[in-house]
Design a protein around this ligand. Structure first.
Ligand code: TYM
Length: 333
């Protein structure tokens, strides 16, 4: 029996090089060995204010980006979260078991609450419970994520404990986070003290998967580095350069020492020019495939429907057990 893997991305902004390196490149590797479910977390996106038209366009765009990045709809179950209502049902039941104190500790909540002072809604606070429901519905073994999701993953495991204390064991599988050894935290290009984020207001901070090649080039060339010239990996004193070297290393398979050797006696500018070329050559075919897929919304609709039906069929059994354990009476079908 293949092990089961699930992961997703919130539908805000545009998928970035950080999402690709930290998560999606691992998803594509895992799809051959594991039984994988990959989804678009569109309900999570509603925790911050969304323009309905933009959200709708983005759902198609993200789905097409997943496919263009190499996720195969035949091998995997690729679906949109809101098209499988069991996620929200389970989320409510788990919300009623999760102590507020645990949610208060979530650093992402604190950061987002500071950024969206005018819209600190209850969904932003309970967001990690919905994430736990996403995972627990499918009896998942492993969840490939970037470093920033580790705390949410721990909460998902805690929630299994809250459930078992109240209702006993045997329904949910305890999921493990799978965080890649390299590239689990790609930083912002202009401010390497913070992570590269797809919802950053300053577009120069991130590279979008579907950015025009000229834009990618410009963003890398203008990335913040220090005033020194020696290419050396030094996270503490040369954070901007270290971030570029990290991207370089993940995308070429070269170690930091190899990169240092390659640029001995050369300036940062040389590395930036080469890195731009490396990133552009990886992203250009993805962008072309993406633009092609976006011309055929009917095809995307068909795949989304098939994905949602497969996901619903797989999660139904868990929800049925949850209804029985909690004393709720499932509707007879
Ligand atoms: P999201 O949309 O913020 O990010 C999607 C994935 O990309 C990783 N990531 C990064 N990795 C390296 N460097 C970066 N700068 C970087 N930025 C993002 C994230 O760690 C993530 O793996 N809450 C989740 C979505 C979600 C989910 C789930 C994930 C909802 N339910 C269930 C797994 C399982 C999120 O907002 O990811």
């Amino acid at each position: 029996m293949k092990k089961t893997i699930l992961s997703g991305s919130t539908v805000t902004g545009n998928l970035t090089l950080g999402n690709y390196i930290g998560a999606i490149s691992n998803w594509t590797k895992l799809q051959n060995e594991y039984d994988c479910l990959y989804f678009l977390a569109d309900l999570h996106a509603l925790t911050v204010q969304q323009d309905p038209k933009i959200l709708k366009d983005r759902i198609y765009s993200f789905y097409a980006q997943y496919l263009a990045l190499g996720l195969d709809p035949q091998k995997n179950t690729i679906f949109v979260q809101s098209q499988v209502p069991y996620h929200t049902e389970l989320s409510w039941i788990l919300t009623c078991l999760t102590p507020m104190g645990y949610l208060n500790r979530m650093t992402q909540f604190k950061e987002k609450a500071e950024r969206h002072v005018k819209n600190v809604n209850a969904g932003l606070f309970t967001y990690p419970v919905l994430m736990a429901a996403d995972i627990l519905l499918y009896q998942v073994d492993m969840v490939p994520v970037g470093e920033d999701q580790r705390q949410h993953m721990e909460l998902a495991r805690d929630i299994v404990g809250f459930w078992e204390n109240r209702y006993g064991p045997g329904i949910f599988k305890l999921p493990e986070a799978y965080v890649g050894k390299v590239g689990a935290r790609i930083m912002s290009l202009q401010d390497p003290s913070k992570k590269m984020s797809k919802s950053d207001d300053n577009e120069k901070n991130f590279i979008a998967i579907i950015d025009d090649p000229k834009v990618v080039e410009k963003k890398i060339k203008s990335a913040t580095t220090d005033s020194d010239t020696v290419v050396k990996y030094d996270l503490e004193n040369k954070a901007g350069l270290a971030n570029l070297m990290n991207i370089y290393s993940v995308m070429t398979g070269k170690s930091f020492e190899e990169i240092e050797k390659l640029y001995e006696g050369k300036m940062y500018g040389h590395l930036k020019v080469d890195l731009a070329e490396i990133v552009v050559s990886t992203l250009t075919p993805v962008r072309e495939k993406y633009l092609d897929l976006m011309k055929n919304q009917d095809y995307l609709d068909k795949l989304m429907n098939e994905g949602a039906m497969k996901a619903e069929a797989r999660s139904e059994a868990t929800l049925k057990k949850v209804y029985e354990a909690t004393g709720l009476v499932p509707r007879k079908r």
